[in-house]
Design a protein around this ligand. Structure first.
Ligand SMILES: [Zn+2]
Length: 427
C-alpha cells in the first residue's frame, strides 16, 4: 500500500475510511476521496495513539490501524483468536466471520491474512482506546438505538453532576449487580462491563449462544443490573486532565501534593474521597488505619471521607443496592487477577463455593484482603448488610492505569465469569 494523504483517491482510501469509521473516527461517506474530513480523522487517530499527528498514513499509522500496509488485510499474530481480533479491531465477531467465510476460527495460523469487514458492521463499544465518560454516554445511546430492549436508567449523579447510568439486561427474578470503576485509574473495568453488555445484547438479539449459555434463558432467569462507571469525575480527571473550570481546581492541586498531573495516581472522586473506603462497613477502623498512614484529608487515594456515604457516588450505589434485592454483587477493580470473597469472616455460606467456580472459569486466584484495604469497601458493606455473596474482582495485571492493550485478555478472562455470576444464584 502506498502512503496516503490529502488529495489522493482510490480503493486504498476507501479501505482507510472504512477502518477509521469502524474505529469511530470517521463519520463521513466511504467515497475513496482523501479530503479534509478524512485527514482530520487520521490526525485524531494519530493523536490518540501517540503518533505524529501529520494526517499522512505511513507504515506506523498502518500498523496502528491493524492494516498490513502491503495487502490492506489484517495479519494474524501469535496468541490471536478470532474473538481477540474482533476486540482489537473493534469489529463485531459475526461481521468478522462473515467477511472471512473460508477460515477455520479454531485454527488460525500466524501470518494468515484476514479481510477487514466494511463499515456499518462495526461494534459499538470501543475496546481499543482510553474510555471517557462522554464515550460511555454515546455508546449507551447507540446500544439503545440498536437494541431497544436494553433498559437504561440513572442511579444518581456525581459531585460534578454527571449521570451514574445503570443498564439492565433481562427480566428474571434472580437479581444480580455488577459495577465498575469506583477508582479513577481503573476505567478499563467500565470497558469490560460495556463490552459484556453489547455482546450479551447481540447474542440475545441473534438467538446465538454465548460461551455455551443461552442468553434468552438467562434473560428469563435473571435481571442483570450494571453500573459501568461509578466515578466519572475522577475518570475524566485522569484521562483529560484538570480543566480550568473545575470548581475544585486549586484544591485538587493541593490535594495532589502540588502536582497538576493526575494521570498516574488519582483514584479518588473529585473531592479527594476514595469511594471504595466510603461505605458503612467498619468505617471507623478504616479511619484509624488511615491515620496510621498519615492520611487526614482529601488526597489521591485511601481517604475515606468525613462520614460513611458522604459522597453522592457511593451514596447512590448504596441506595441502588437498598432499592433492589440483589442475590449476588461484583465490584470490578484493577489489578491483580484475583477475587476477594470474604469480609471479616461474614461471607455467606455459599460464597466460598461460588468464589471457587468464578476462580475456575476466569483463572483468577482467590484471596482475602488485609490491612487498610479490608474495610469500608462496597463488597464489605454488601456482605455485612445482606450476608449474601459479594465479590471484588481485580482484573488484569500490572500497574494502574492498565493499558487498553490488555483488554482482549481481560475480556476473555471475565466474560465466562460474568455469565456464571448472572445465573449461579438462580440455580
Ligand atoms: Zn480499585
Amino acid at each position: 500500500m502506498r502512503m496516503l494523504k490529502i488529495g489522493l483517491r482510490g480503493d486504498e482510501v476507501a479501505a482507510l475510511q472504512t477502518r477509521l469509521k469502524n474505529l469511530g473516527y470517521y463519520p463521513g461517506a466511504i467515497d475513496g476521496i482523501f479530503g479534509p474530513q478524512t485527514e482530520l480523522a487520521v490526525i485524531r487517530f494519530q493523536r490518540d495513539r501517540g503518533l505524529t499527528p501529520d494526517g499522512i498514513v505511513g507504515p506506523h499509522t498502518y500498523n496502528a490501524l491493524g492494516i498490513d500496509s502491503e495487502s490492506g488485510l489484517y495479519t494474524v499474530q501469535a496468541g490471536d483468536t478470532l474473538y481477540t481480533i474482533s476486540l482489537k479491531l473493534n469489529i463485531s465477531l459475526p461481521a468478522l466471520r462473515a467477511a472471512n467465510p473460508g477460515i477455520d476460527p479454531d485454527n488460525l495460523r500466524v501470518g494468515q491474512r484476514l479481510n477487514i469487514p466494511k463499515a456499518g458492521t462495526t461494534a459499538i463499544v470501543s475496546t481499543n482506546t482510553d474510555y471517557t465518560y462522554d464515550m460511555m454516554v454515546e455508546d449507551i445511546q447507540d446500544l439503545q438505538r440498536r437494541y431497544p430492549f436494553l433498559e437504561v436508567g440513572v442511579a444518581g449523579q456525581s459531585v460534578l453532576g454527571r449521570n451514574l447510568y445503570y443498564l439492565k439486561l433481562g427480566n428474571g427474578p434472580n437479581q444480580v449487580f455488577f459495577n465498575g470503576a469506583h477508582h479513577s485509574l481503573e476505567w478499563i473495568t467500565t470497558v469490560l462491563l460495556m463490552k459484556f453488555t453489547e455482546n450479551f445484547l447481540q447474542a440475545y438479539a441473534n438467538g446465538t449462544a454465548i460461551r455455551g449459555y443461552n442468553p434468552r434463558e438467562i434473560w428469563n432467569m435473571s435481571s442483570i443490573y450494571i453500573i459501568p462507571m461509578i466515578n466519572p469525575d475522577g475518570i475524566d480527571l485522569v484521562l483529560k486532565g484538570l480543566q480550568r473550570n473545575n470548581p475544585f481546581y486549586q484544591q485538587l492541586i493541593s490535594w495532589n501534593n502540588g502536582s497538576s498531573d493526575f494521570s498516574r495516581n488519582w483514584q479518588a472522586n473529585i473531592r479527594g474521597v476514595d469511594l471504595n473506603h466510603n461505605y458503612n462497613a467498619s468505617w471507623q477502623l478504616s479511619k484509624q488505619a488511615e491515620l496510621a498512614y498519615g492520611i487526614t484529608g482529601p488526597r489521591p487515594t485511601r481517604y475515606s471521607g468525613p462520614y460513611p456515604e458522604s459522597e453522592p457516588e457511593s451514596r447512590a450505589v448504596a441506595d441502588f443496592t437498598r432499592a433492589h434485592d440483589f442475590q449476588l454483587v461484583i465490584a470490578f477493580h484493577s489489578q491483580g487477577e484475583v477475587i476477594y470473597w470474604d469480609y471479616l469472616g461474614m461471607a455467606a455460606p455459599q460464597a466460598w463455593e461460588i468464589a471457587n467456580q468464578l476462580s475456575k472459569v476466569s483463572g483468577y486466584a482467590l484471596d482475602q484482603t488485609t490491612g487498610i484495604a479490608s474495610y469500608a469497601g462496597y463488597k464489605d458493606w454488601f456482605i455485612e448488610q445482606y450476608r449474601r455473596p459479594g465479590f471484588t474482582v481485580e482484573v488484569g495485571h500490572g500497574t494502574n492505569p492498565l493499558p487498553i492493550s490488555q483488554f482482549p485478555k481481560i475480556y476473555n478472562d471475565n466474560e465466562g465469569l460474568l455469565l456464571l455470576a448472572s445465573v449461579i444464584t438462580a440455580q
